[in-house]
Design a protein around this ligand. Structure first.
Ligand code: 13P
Length: 251
């Protein structure tokens, strides 16, 4: 099964409008379309429309949001709806990043609603799962990830699951410089694919792209991407410099 390779850059809360503009211009200047890789950039909400204008002529350079509120519109001060994301050209939306789970107490049940509403609006959710260091050290990695998958993806048909992208981001590897070894990552990715198969069927699970995230850099991406069940990367820090992000895209 040939799965879609996706390299996504999550700029988190690191770029103001000028910095986002410079970053995307830097990327565009040296980005040669790699047809076999879908590149997604996820700037802060405030820069989405500007970034969209700058990339709209580049096929394979797609826009994603870092979060979304799961209602079309309403009195939800400060929130951004899927309809709004569509209107600025987003194709992807990150759902359930560990920073949202931790700092904003987003539960699997709430994330389930986000995934559903994203799909309703033809946005591709990048649903994030991952264990903390304490959970890993107490041998709870697989149990934690299973719960995140079973509860976060409850109630979806195989047809719906086919449209979802999963990102495995061990919390202990995010922004720490500590990458999961390719073997550690592969073990969890294979587990995720098996769980997805239980939630749908083997063919559906086999078709889904599972990205790895956590201190991905040009120096470690090739080895990670060499693993059977790793289909791309969700990149934080190294996506904030055009050179290093391009180094990852051209792994
Ligand atoms: P780093 O690449 O900075 O570790 O961040 C990973 C991440 O959280 C991407 O969503």
């Amino acid at each position: 099964m040939v799965r879609k390779v996706i390299i996504a850059g999550n700029w988190k809360m690191f770029t103001d409008l000028d910095e986002a503009t410079q970053l995307v211009k830097g990327l565009k200047a040296s980005y040669a379309n790699k047809n076999d890789v879908e590149v997604v950039i996820c700037p802060p909400f405030i820069s989405l429309a500007t970034v969209r204008e700058l990339i709209k002529t580049s096929s394979n350079l797609l826009l994603g949001a870092q979060n979304m509120y799961p209602e079309e519109k309403g009195a939800f001060t400060g929130e951004t709806s899927p309809m709004m994301l569509k209107s600025v050209g987003c194709r992807y939306v990150i759902v359930g990043h560990s920073e949202r789970r931790e700092y904003f107490k987003e539960s699997n049940a709430f994330l389930n609603k986000k995934v559903k509403v994203a799909l309703d609006y033809q946005l591709i959710p990048i649903y994030c799962v991952g264990e903390t260091l304490t959970e890993r050290e107490s041998d709870k990695t697989f149990a934690v990830i299973k719960t995140q998958l079973v509860e976060g993806l409850a109630g979806f048909s195989a047809e719906q699951l086919k449209k979802i992208v999963i990102a495995y981001e061990p919390v202990w590897a995010i922004g720490t410089g500590k990458t999961a070894s390719p073997e550690q990552a592969e073990a969890v990715h294979a587990f995720i694919r098996k769980e997805l198969s239980d939630l749908s069927d083997a063919k559906t699970a086999d078709s889904l792209s599972i990205l790895y995230g956590g201190s991905v850099k040009p120096e470690n991406v090739t080895e990670l991407m060499g693993k059977e069940n790793i289909d791309g990367a969700l990149v934080g820090g190294a996506s904030l410099k055009a050179d290093s992000f391009l180094g990852i895209i051209n792994y």
